[in-house]
Structure formats: C-alpha cells, structure tokens
Ligand binder design. Structure first.
Ligand code: 5AD
Ligand code: SF4
Length: 439
C-alpha cells in the first residue's frame, strides 16, 4: 500500500530547499508526496521563527492536527526547522502538542531518516535538538520541486548577529561548503536540464572567509563557466561585504543575472547602528554606485524593517528617502518583530503597534509606487523569459526575466523550462503580460 507524505513549509527560500531535502529523505523511506495532509501517513512541518507571525502560523497548523491524529493513530507528525531550535521551544511544543511524534532541530535534518525509524519502534516522542552545528552534510539527495529552478546551499548559519535577528541563534555559526562540492552539484543540475541555479546563504558574500577555498566572486566565475545555457543567481548579500570584485564578476559573466538582493533594513544611520548592520546609508548608496558603475542595468531588491526600537518619525523618513534614492526594483517590507534572546528584544523604546502599522502602510505604498513605475517602463520591450510554470486560472504560462520581473504569456505548446522571448504589452503592478515572439 502506498504511504504518503505531506510537508508544510514556512519562511524563506532556504526552508523551501530544506523541505526538498526532507522530501528526498522521505522518498528514500518509500513515501510518496501528496497534497492533502489528511491523506498523509507522515506530516512534516518545516518551521520558521524569524518573525512572530511565522511562528504563530506553525503553532496554529500543528494544533489543527490534533483531531486527525486521534482518528489516524499510526500517522507520524514531525516538526523541524528554526522554531524547534529556539531555547525551550522543543519542550513547549511537546507539552502543548503531546501527539507530535518527532521534534528535530536545524542541525538534525541529516539524521531525520534515523529519527523516523526510531519513532516507528517506540511509543514515546522522539526529540532531538543538537546544540552545535556538526559537520556539513554532503551527499544529500533533495527531491527538487521547482524545475527549471534549482537551489544550492553554499553557506549555512550566520555570524553577523544583527541585533533584531534570531537566525544566528537557531542556525548556528557560518559554515561554507567546499567549492568542489558546490561546483559538482551545479554541473549535475545543468546536465539534468535545470536552467536556473540560485546559490543560497544568509550572507553569500562572506563565503569561505578565512579558509583556503575560493572567494565568492571566484566561485561565481567558476560556476558561470560551466557549459550550457542557464542563469545564475545568488542570495542573500550583506551590504558590508559586497565588493567591487563581485560587481566586476557580474559584469563580465552574462550567465549571472542582473539582479542583486541587497537588504538595507533601514535608511537611518542611528537605527542601522542599533541594528548592528555595520554600514551607514551613505555606505550603502556607495555600494550601489559601485555596482551600477560596472553593471548599469542591474536591478536591486531589498528588505526593509519598520518599527525597530526607538525608530523616530525622522528615522522612518530617512528610510523613505533611501527607498527613493536607491530606486529599488522591489522590496520586502517587514514590521519589526521582537525575538526573545536577541539584543534588540532587551532594548527600551519598543514601538507601539499603531505607529508601526502606519509606517508599514506608508512604506508599502512608496515601494509599490516605485515598482509600478518601473514595470510600466517595460511596455513595448521584448525580454527573454525563462518559463517556470503554467497558471491554470489565468490560462497563461509564466516566468521571469533576468531582472526578476514576472511575465505572463500564452503558448500553444508547453514551454516550461525553455527560454522564450516575450514582447511586453502591459504591466499590472508587479507583473507583466505579453506575447511570445520569435527571437
Ligand atoms: N523582525 C522583522 N523582520 C526581520 N527580519 C529578520 N529578523 C526580523 C525581525 N526580528 C527580516 C530582515 C531580513 C529578512 C530575511 O527578514 O529584513 O533581511
Ligand atoms: Fe539575520 Fe543579519 Fe545574519 Fe541576515 S545577516 S541572517 S539579518 S543576523
């Protein structure tokens, strides 16, 4: 009888790729994917704790499984990811949801197969939260779900300790994979027909720092030199480590997309200082200037936080001002979320919710207006789009250009995984629409 698995993923791209690794492990154990959690024999929650709402969301969903588990006693429920790794949270989870069978930490993913086998042989819950990172796992066999895009981890963890951020506490210190393993993985993926490779790390710019391995720009160069037509992306870059050498490498290698995600977080120098970001808004703009000197058409996207402790109206105005100056192609905007254990959580001057709400609304409006203006400039142009999917509701294929803009278009044949030229006829907020034209 077929046994089914269902994975619920919260949070970032990094977690999406981690869920692909979990899927690989589950399929090795003989499970098949299913869309309906009620059908599953094992349900895994890959959680995120970067902001409180991601955490609440996971808690809510796990809570909803109580009834199902009472009906399906043999079903296994496993909870992993950042949430479980927070101090005391595994015990909280176990107390609140005693029907959860397996709780595993961010450093225990490589051991998930054994944890499942252990649980099958015992009644009580299996709880494994390793405190330290251990060796980097190689030879993982992710079951990729995003063809023609593929993600490759290049670093794990983070050493930056931005004062608001929980990541260094739950993902551990920064570790880099050996470049030969990364290059081999990229070669295999391109050989298999993947058309877009995204290198992942909390701060890819500090890849292999302090080791004898390649620097990040050197690594990019090597991957871009692999034969075949494909795109190369990377995320995330910390502005303090963004170098002129990297800008040059982007300029010199056409396979590297002209899109850099460079989170600035705030436009106010005093907030940036309190955030421990190690740059000023002028330093940030200087980095953009260097990037644009080598790659004038490079799109830049960013992350922004409002409502950081002690953020004044003037500080917020500086963020709005920076958004204008930096001409971001788009931005992820967040309300500051207090994370227990971080330095910012202990700061006085936490901002009341109504003020944060008003600021986020104004910020979203400013960012959206800019994005709309930029997408409108596309109309009439022809862009090369890598087709990623089919949207059955709209009856259109969709994909992105190298600058990351999403475009919808009709096609009689299935073009998923192909590069197509699309003449843009209209822009709708963040996305574009158009028709395929011969290249
Ligand atoms: N509150 C709000 N946003 C946060 N981020 C990280 N930690 C927090 C927090 N405590 C945002 C940052 C980061 C992105 C991945 O999440 O903007 O770049
Ligand atoms: Fe968090 Fe800062 Fe590390 Fe990014 S660089 S993961 S924001 S601590």
């Amino acid at each position: 009888m077929t046994k089914y698995y269902h994975i619920t993923t919260y949070g970032c791209q990094m977690n999406v790729h981690e869920s692909e690794k979990i899927a690989g492990i589950l399929s090795e154990l003989g499970y098949t994917a299913c869309d309906d959690i009620e059908q599953s024999d094992i349900a895994v929650f890959n959680t995120c704790c970067i902001r409180e709402n991601a955490e609440n969301h996971a808690f809510g969903n796990i809570g909803m499984l109580k009834k199902l588990k009472a009906k399906k006693r043999d079903m296994i429920i496993a909870v992993g990811g950042c949430l479980t790794q927070q101090m005391g949270k595994a015990d909280d989870l176990h107390t609140k949801f005693p029907y959860v069978d397996i709780i595993f930490g961010t450093h225990n993913l490589g051991d998930l197969k054994n944890l499942i086998l252990k649980k099958r042989g015992q009644k009580r819950a299996v709880i494994e939260i390793a405190e330290s990172e251990g060796e980097i796992c190689e030879g993982e066999n992710p079951l990729r779900t995003s063809f023609p895009n593929a993600w490759i981890n290049i670093t794990y963890g983070c050493n930056n300790f931005c004062s608001y951020c929980i990541v260094p506490y739950v993902r551990g210190r920064e570790r880099s994979r050996r470049s030969e393993n990364i290059i081999k993985e990229a070669e295999e993926l391109i050989e298999q027909g993947y058309k877009e490779i995204t290198l992942l790390g909390q701060n890819v710019n500090s890849y292999a720092n302090g080791t004898d391995d390649l620097s990040f720009p050197e690594l990019l160069k090597k991957i871009a030199a692999i034969d075949g037509k494909f795109r190369l992306r990377f995320m995330t870059s910390h502005p303090k480590d963004f170098s002129e050498e990297l800008a040059k490498v982007i300029a010199e290698n056409r396979k590297i997309c002209r899109l850099v995600h460079l989170p600035v977080q705030s436009g106010s120098d005093s907030v940036l200082r309190a955030m421990n970001r190690k740059y000023t808004s002028a330093d940030y703009l200087k980095k953009l200037e260097i990037l644009k000197k080598y790659v004038p058409d490079c799109a830049v996207t960013t992350d922004l936080i409002v409502g950081f402790p002690n953020e004044s109206e003037e500080d917020f105005a500086a963020t709005l001002n920076l958004v204008k100056k930096a001409e971001f192609a788009s931005a992820f905007t967040f309300v500051y979320s207090k994370r227990e254990g971080t330095v910012a959580a202990r700061m006085e001057g936490q901002i009341p919710e109504d003020i944060s709400k008003s600021r986020i609304m104004r910020l979203v409006e400013a960012v959206n207006a800019q994005t709309r203006e930029q997408t409108a400039r596309y109309v009439g142009k022809t862009v090369e789009v890598l087709c990623e999917d089919y949207d059955a509701k709209r009856e259109k294929y969709l994909g992105r250009d190298e600058y990351g803009r999403m475009a919808y278009f009709a096609s009689e044949k299935n073009v998923i995984g192909e590069f197509v030229n699309v003449k843009i006829s209209g822009a709708n907020g963040v996305s574009l629409k158009g028709e395929i034209v011969k290249g």
